[in-house]
Design a protein around this ligand. Structure first.
Ligand code: AMP
Ligand code: ZN
Length: 473
C-alpha cells in the first residue's frame, strides 16, 4: 500500500516518491515571531509533524527544516505595510531583535509542550542574508529581477509558470485591482526581493544600499536551498501560504536553479473560530496558556487539532476540546485494556479472534494514514478495536500484537498514553508491595520502596479512597 498525498500544485492525490530513495527532504514554513503562536498556527505545525512522523513510520529518513521568520514579513504579506516584527517592537517600545528572540523561545516551548518532533534545522531568516543576496544577484543576472533604486523586484512576466500553484496568473493579477501598483514596478504583481529603508532597524548593507532587508519569499527559497538543496520532496504551509508566498517561492527557486522546486506541495486548512478568521482584532485568538487555563492538557489540544483531516475545516470551540478529552479517555482505556491483557489479567478468550481484530485495526490504520494522512479514518480503527476487545477479550499473544500496534499508532500520532500505562503497571506492583511491607511493619522495606518510587519521578498522595500517584511535573 503506497503513501498518497494531495499535491496542491497538481490538485490530485499522488503516490509519494522522494527523489532519493529512503530520504525525504521536507521544508515547512515556520512562524513569524512577532507574537505568541495561536492554536491555528499550531494546527499547521502539527500537520507538518504528523506528516513527518508518518514518513518516519514508513521508514524514511526525514530531513525536516522549519524556518523562523524573524525579519522581512510585511503586514500585507506582499510589498506593502510595515515589517510585522518592527511594528510589534514599536508597539511594545522594545528592540525588534528582542521581540523575535523572545517569541522564538515561546514558540519552541509551545511546540515542545505539544510533543512536536524537533526538525533537523530551524534556520533563522536573519542568519541567511548572504545566501538571499546571492540568490537575488543570480536572479538579476538571469534576467528575472530588476533593481529600482535600493529595491530589487522579481519580474513575474518572465516566469511563465507564475500562477500555477494558486491560479493567480500574471494576466489575472493585472486585471484585478487587489495588488497595489507601485510606480517603480514593471508589473503590479512584481514582488520585492530586497528593500531599502533607512528607518528599518534590522538591516544589512549590500550593493543595493546600506540599509536593506530581504523580502519574506526570498528568505524561504534561500533557506530551503541552503539546507536541503535545489529540489525538495515536500513543502508545506497553511492554506494562506499558497499565495503569494509559495507562488513566489516557486518563481524564485525555479528561475534560479532551473529545476522544479518541490515535488509535492501540501497545505493545511485554517483553523476557524465561529466559522470565521482567528484574529486579534476579534478577540478570538487563543494560545496554549489559554487552553491550559481552561483546564485542558497539551495532550488534549494536540489530539483536538490532529483528529480531523488536515484538509478539512475545523472550527475551534471549547467544546471540541471537551470532545477530544472524552475521546482520548476511550483511547486510554484501549491502551489499559491491551496492557492488562498482555499481563494475562484478563481471561484469554479466543486468541485468534483478538489477533484478527488487531490485524484488521492495523490494516485500517495504515490505509487511513496512507490515504493522504486521513487521521480520522486511522483513529476509527482504534475505536473499533476497543469495541472488539471489549466484546471478545484478548489472549496474551494477541495482546502482545496489540501492544506493537499501539506503539506503531503512537509513533504516528503522539497522543497515546503508552509510557504512562507501563508506569502504571509498575506503580500498582510497588504500591501493593509497600502496603504489604507496612502491614508487616517492615519499615526498612517500606523505605526502600519509597525511594524506588521517588526514583521513578512519581509523587504519592493520600486521598480518602487510597493512595494515588502522579508524575512529578
Ligand atoms: P505566520 O506566523 O503568520 O507566518 O504563520 C505561521 C503558519 O501558521 C503559516 O503556515 C500559516 O499558514 C499558519 N496559520 C496562520 N493562521 C492559521 C490558522 N488560523 N489556522 C491554521 N494555520 C494558520
Ligand atoms: Zn516560507
Amino acid at each position: 500500500m503506497a503513501f498518497q498525498v494531495f499535491d496542491s500544485l497538481t490538485k490530485e492525490k499522488r503516490i509519494f516518491e522522494p527523489l532519493e530513495p529512503g530520504v525525504v527532504r521536507m521544508y515547512n514554513c515556520g512562524p513569524t515571531v512577532y507574537g505568541r503562536v495561536h492554536v491555528g498556527n499550531l494546527r499547521t505545525f502539527l500537520f507538518a509533524d504528523t506528516l513527518r512522523r508518518w514518513l518516519e513510520v514508513l521508514g524514511y529518513e526525514v530531513r525536516q527544516v522549519m524556518n523562523i521568520t524573524d525579519v522581512g514579513h510585511l503586514l500585507d504579506d506582499a510589498d506593502a505595510g510595515e515589517d510585522k516584527i518592527e511594528a510589534q517592537a514599536r508597539r511594545e517600545r522594545r528592540d525588534p531583535w528582542e521581540i523575535s528572540r523572545g517569541f522564538t523561545e515561546l514558540f519552541l516551548a509551545d511546540v515542545r509542550a505539544l510533543g512536536l518532533r524537533e526538525p533537523r534545522v530551524r534556520p533563522k531568516a536573519s542568519e541567511h542574508v548572504p545566501e538571499m543576496l546571492a540568490m537575488i544577484e543570480g536572479l538579476i543576472a538571469k534576467g528575472f529581477a530588476y533593481q529600482v533604486g535600493g529595491d530589487v523586484y522579481y519580474e513575474v512576466a518572465k516566469f511563465p509558470r507564475y500562477g500555477r500553484l494558486s491560479g493567480n496568473t500574471v494576466a489575472e493579477l493585472e486585471a484585478g485591482a487587489r495588488i497595489e501598483v507601485r510606480a517603480e514596478k514593471r508589473h503590479p504583481a512584481d514582488f520585492a526581493l530586497w528593500k531599502s529603508d533607512p528607518g528599518h532597524i534590522m538591516k544589512w548593507p549590500s550593493r543595493f544600499g546600506p540599509d536593506g532587508f530581504p523580502g519574506w519569499h526570498i528568505e524561504c527559497s534561500a533557506m530551503a536551498q541552503k539546507h536541503l538543496g535545489d529540489v525538495l520532496d515536500l513543502h508545506t504551509g497553511g492554506e494562506d501560504n499558497v499565495f503569494p508566498h509559495h507562488e513566489c517561492e516557486i518563481a524564485q527557486s525555479e528561475a534560479f536553479t532551473g529545476k522544479p522546486f518541490a515535488r509535492y506541495w501540501m497545505h493545511s486548512k485554517f483553523l476557524q473560530v465561529d466559522g470565521g478568521k482567528m484574529s486579534k482584532s476579534l478577540g478570538n485568538v487563543w494560545n496554549l496558556d489559554d487552553v491550559r487555563a481552561r483546564g485542558f492538557s497539551t495532550r488534549v489540544l494536540r489530539f483536538a487539532l490532529i483528529r480531523g483531516h488536515y484538509r478539512g475545516p475545523l472550527n475551534f470551540t471549547w467544546g471540541i476540546l471537551e470532545e477530544a478529552r472524552s475521546a482520548l479517555e476511550k483511547l486510554d482505556e484501549l491502551c489499559a485494556d491491551v496492557r492488562a491483557a498482555a499481563r494475562g489479567e484478563r481471561a484469554a478468550a479466543a486468541d485468534q479472534a483478538g489477533q484478527e481484530a488487531v490485524a484488521l485495526a492495523r490494516e485500517r490504520f495504515d490505509a487511513g494514514m496512507n490515504d493522504d494522512l486521513n487521521v480520522p479514518q486511522a483513529l476509527a480503527s482504534l475505536f473499533e478495536l476497543r469495541g472488539a476487545l471489549r466484546a471478545t477479550g484478548l489472549g496474551r499473544e494477541a495482546a502482545a500484537e496489540g501492544l506493537r500496534f499501539l506503539a506503531h499508532a503512537q509513533a504516528a500520532l503522539g497522543v497515546l498514553l503508552l509510557e504512562e500505562a507501563t508506569l502504571d503497571v509498575r506503580m500498582q506492583a510497588l504500591l501493593a508491595a509497600r502496603g504489604d511491607a507496612r502491614t508487616r511493619k517492615d519499615w526498612a522495606a517500606s523505605d526502600r520502596i519509597r525511594d524506588e518510587i521517588a526514583a521513578l519521578g512519581v509523587v504519592l498522595q493520600d486521598t480518602p479512597t487510597g493512595v494515588v500517584w502522579r508524575k512529578k511535573e
